[in-house]
Design a protein around this ligand. Structure first.
Ligand code: BG6
Ligand code: BG6
Ligand code: GLC
Ligand code: GLC
Length: 917
């Protein structure tokens, strides 16, 4: 009995002594709670640094955006391939997700070896090897004839700009294949797969193993928002608020961040806790100076740390009686599985003896106890460090959510965590101590990270299918060069039809003579009134022209025309106009003055002289009754008479295109074309009198108002008109009319966009499939909004704000799609304009028999002026389709009122000359 007690006492004493000895020797490796809290705080700061746009380049913890935006919601389904490369084992898998609508995942997998000559050889060969394994797997599983999407779990730090791309920042752990760093691993693997002609696989997602682990666990526990690997390497990911991720546009929702915490300390931040053993281990590694945190924690390094310590202790005579075996000198001889075995609760000591003996040592009882304690200190430090970093992440999550207490789940994986007998318990305990205000559930990922990778791939494949649908819609708006050439040529044919007496009555491009025969010559002078009706704004102007110096002064006032007047009776409309004139005269102190007036009236009018214009039909937003077929000059005169307050001398009625051409022609005598890209779409130009069959005389030129907005009304554009164009047409005031205008001008582009958005929403591709009341509202997308949305300078966030202002509650993805839709619609408009304009300049060149033509086009209209890309695309298209014309575009700064006044001045002069004759 006494002997037993003595033995027990002896053993306890022996143990105490050994433990004390080791504790003393490894004093530096034992981290106090205070130190852990300090490390936790340091890691919090590191995360912040990695997330900041300006600080990220110098941050060692890279906080990589993963483009995984949500945890699985159970709606994922399909059949996927999966590769799992970078952990201790390389696997190829087939994953079948939830066929019958319930959460259900089936996997078949096959392990393949990863020999050193492959993972440290040539990059191309590595990817070819991976592709070979995949092909082999597919053959064995008879999957060759299937086209399956693939998710790649690639457990190395990759910089992603989208889910299906990842540029390897640096190899870590055991890998070091040449020529891969700095390149996209997805395209490398895709290229390698091309060698297998019978392989038809689409890599849809690249995920880190931490992300795969988090997603795997989240499939079973929706609270899971963190993934941690403690295996060959160590790392963690978690769901971060988008608003904190400065490297990715958008602020809505969350995105998973791959912290790559293994690199914590690479900038020296952990020097105070690193020991000489850590330094030595690092120097002997594949990546010295890198992954310093990982090297204190993960499975690839723990055994080696123990070995270095034992060697040092033996050298110091603290172990094995000062004897060292040759095996103890060999790098990698002690592995993590040995450490785990030595720390086993019951068999630990026996295991230790066996392992040490296998290393050629002759350990005493005391040595075994000491070595076991070395293992404990090393693995305990590992768990402590992980706990500190994880505590920092949990705190961040709690603060992001502004919670006092956080309930959350952490998905766990990795061999060290799985096979080490004490590790999980210790880690959990320390985490709970460091963050007492978090209720953490640790969930082991039983099935590795591939189940999660399959979830990500499932979502990606749904997104890809949706993308295809969106692209299909956008493709309807893309015109080929051949199509544009065809449109140019058709437009040319319509010009000729409109000019010829026989064909004119049926022509859809009306080619209206304007009786404006010459450009201003600078001798014009006087004071004129001008009206400018039919664009976005209705203006009344006073224009003072001084001869000789070509100087013009203008005063104007904008008046609104209420909708009920635009679409009321003709009498009401013209009474309103006269009311505005009266107000203006009053405002200018010109009451009672009898001034000559030029009337810019931006609608198609048949003219028999400069001061007569019969409205053929309303276009754009006007629909006042009793006007079509009437002379608008007469209607204005009668309204003035009705008011009986003042008299005006209405000298000219001009289209806005003509006014614009004149405004610009006053500055540049080469200006022989007037173009409006505004609410409506139209063009005028100077034509040879001999070509105008409707007007007597062959001498000189006359301006023709083409009214090209009607192009296509005979069906000649049907091959490019989309269902959306038809819907816009049907909802307009003049169905079937002005088809070209409805594909090109500001009043309709927004409507086309709206129709597309409605359709995409119906297809479930936008706005979560919900068509809001706002989206049903006609006219919400004015040209100015379209222009704002398409501005390059605008961040996605701002696009979202604009959409919000319009009452459209959009996600960031929605905003991207809306912007693309706007872009497709406005590009087509600009190209169609370009085709039309190319037709006219080519005609002018040919009519004059020139090899080359130099010509100026005067332009006005909000679409041209405000839209960020319209004018450029228009100009490029003209250049492409009329290569022999050198076209200068001149923006009309002063509107068409000035031109109208100049025309009035010329007309007045001619009138007087006639009278004097
Ligand atoms: C596996 C996962 O279970 O764990 C891998 O499927 C991951 O994706 C690995 O890389 C990490 O652990 P270890 O110990 O294999 O590196
Ligand atoms: C203005 C002209 O500048 O532009 C108007 O003065 C013309 O005559 C208008 O109708 C066209 O643009 P929008 O965009 O106002 O229709
Ligand atoms: C290494 C890799 C990291 C991976 C981890 C666990 O740290 O850099 O991407 O997640 O190992 O496998
Ligand atoms: C409409 C009108 C036309 C005008 C154009 C631009 O197309 O019919 O006359 O020039 O809009 O405002």
């Amino acid at each position: 009995m006494f002997a037993v007690h003595l033995m027990a006492f002896y053993f306890t004493k022996l143990k105490e002594d050994q433990i004390k000895k080791v504790d003393r020797f490894l004093y530096h490796m034992r981290l106090s709670d205070e130190t852990l809290l300090d490390i936790m705080a340091r890691f919090q700061a590191e995360m912040q640094k990695g997330l900041g746009k300006d600080t990220n380049p110098t941050a060692s913890v890279k906080m990589l955006p993963t483009f995984v935006r949500a945890i699985p919601d159970g709606s994922e389904n399909g059949e996927f391939l999966s590769l799992d490369l970078g952990g201790s084992k390389f696997r190829v898998l087939k994953v079948q997700v939830s066929e019958e609508g319930k959460r259900n995942v089936q996997m078949e997998s096959q392990f393949y070896p990863t020999p050193n000559e492959i993972i440290r050889g040539n990059g191309t060969e590595l990817f070819e090897y991976v592709a070979d394994c995949l092909a082999d797997f597919m053959k064995t599983k008879e999957l060759m004839q299937k086209k399956l999407p693939l998710g790649l779990t690639f457990s190395f730090p990759c910089k992603q700009t989208k889910l299906e791309e990842g540029v390897l920042l640096s190899w870590t752990k055991k890998f070091k294949a040449r020529g891969v760093q700095g390149t996209d691993v997805v395209s490398s693997l895709t290229n390698a797969m091309r060698k297998h002609k019978d392989l038809d696989v689409d890599i849809l997602a690249l995920v880190n193993d931490t992300v795969g682990t988090m997603m795997t666990c989240a499939y079973d526990d929706p609270y899971c928002e963190v993934g941690v690997i403690i295996g060959t390497g160590t790392n963690a990911c978690y769901m971060e608020d988008m608003s904190n991720i400065e490297l990715v546009e958008g602020d809505e929702g969350r995105m998973c961040i791959n912290t790559e915490w293994g690199a914590f300390g690479d900038d020296g931040a952990l020097e105070d806790i690193r020991t000489e053993f850590d330094q030595e281990l690092d120097l002997g590694s594949l990546n010295p100076g890198k992954q310093l945190f990982e090297k204190m924690i993960s499975g690839l390094y723990l055994g080696e740390l123990v070995r270095l310590i034992l060697l040092k202790m033996a050298k110091a005579g603290l172990l094995f009686g000062g004897e060292k075996s040759s095996a103890l000198h060999i790098k990698g001889k002690i592995e993590t599985r040995h450490v785990a075995a030595m720390e086993k609760y019951k068999e630990g000591l026996a295991n230790t003896r066996e392992i040490l003996t296998d290393l050629g040592l002759e350990p005493s009882e005391a040595d075994c106890i000491a070595v076991q304690h070395v293992c404990t200190i090393v693995s305990f430090r590992s768990a402590n460090l992980c706990a500190a970093a994880l505590a920092a992440i949990l705190t961040r999550l709690r603060e992001n959510k502004k919670l006092v207490r956080l309930r959350t789940t952490v998905g766990m994986d990795g061999t060290l965590y799985k096979i080490h007998p004490q590790y999980p318990k210790r880690l959990h305990k320390v985490v709970r101590k460091l963050v007492p205000n978090c209720d953490v559930r640790f969930l082991l990922s039983e099935s590795g990270s591939t189940k999660g990778a399959a979830m990500v791939t499932a979502v990606a494949s749904r997104v890809q299918a949706q993308r295809k649908q969106i692209d299909k819609v956008l493709a309807l708006f893309q015109l080929t060069r051949e199509q544009l050439v065809g449109i140019r040529d058709k437009m040319r044919v319509e010009f000729e039809y409109g000019l010829k007496r026989d064909t004119h009555p049926l022509a859809t491009v009306k080619m209206l003579p304007t009786y404006v025969c010459g450009m201003p010559d600078g001798t014009e002078k006087g004071k004129f009134l001008a009206l400018d009706l039919g664009g976005t704004n209705f203006r009344v102007l006073l224009v003072k022209i001084r001869s000789g110096r070509r100087s013009v002064r203008m005063y104007n006032k904008i008046f609104t025309i209420p909708l009920e007047i635009m679409q009321g009776t003709g009498e009401e409309l013209f009474d309103h106009i006269v009311q505005c004139i009266a107000d203006f005269l009053d405002y200018m102190g010109l009451k009672g003055a009898q001034l000559p007036l030029g009337f810019t009236f931006s609608f198609p009018c048949r003219q028999a002289s400069i001061d007569k214009g019969t409205l053929i039909e309303w276009t754009k937003g006007f629909k006042a009754t009793d006007c079509e077929g009437e002379d608008v000059v007469d209607m204005l005169r009668e309204a003035i008479k009705r008011r009986n307050e003042f008299d005006l001398d209405i000298v000219a009625v001009v289209n806005d295109t003509v006014g614009t051409m004149m405004t610009c022609g006053y500055e540049d005598r080469n200006c022989e074309v007037g173009l409006i890209a505004g609410t409506g779409s139209n063009m005028c130009y100077m034509e040879e009198m001999r070509n105008i069959e409707l007007v007597e005389g062959d001498e000189g030129k006359m301006c023709i108002n083409t009214e090209w907005g009607g192009f296509g009304d005979n069906g000649c554009l049907d091959d490019i008109r989309t269902q959306y164009d038809k819907e816009v047409d049907e909802g307009s005031l003049n169905p079937g009319k002005q088809r070209y205008e409805k594909m090109t001008s500001g009043m309709y582009l927004g409507e086309i966009v709206r129709q597309i958005l409605i359709d995409l929403t119906k297809q479930g591709l936008l706005f979560r499939g919900q068509i809001s009341e706002r989206l049903r509202t006609r006219g919400i997308f004015e040209t100015k909004f379209l222009s704002q949305i398409e501005s390059d300078r605008l961040a996605l966030l701002q696009v979202r704000k604009i959409l919000q202002q319009l009452g459209l509650d959009s996600t960031c993805e929605d905003s991207i799609v809306v912007k693309e839709v706007c872009g497709a619609v406005s590009r087509r408009a600009a190209e169609l304009y370009g085709a039309g304009l190319a037709a006219i300049v080519e005609k002018r060149r040919e009519d004059q028999g020139f090899e080359h033509l130099k010509i100026t086009v005067g332009v006005d209209g909000t679409l041209y002026k405000l839209h960020p890309h319209f004018s450029r695309i228009l100009q490029e298209t003209v250049k492409e389709l009329a290569p022999r014309c050198d076209v200068t575009f001149m923006l009309s700064e002063d509107g068409s009122g000035k031109g109208a006044a100049l025309i009035t001045a010329v007309a007045k002069r001619l009138q007087q000359a006639r009278r004097e004759n």
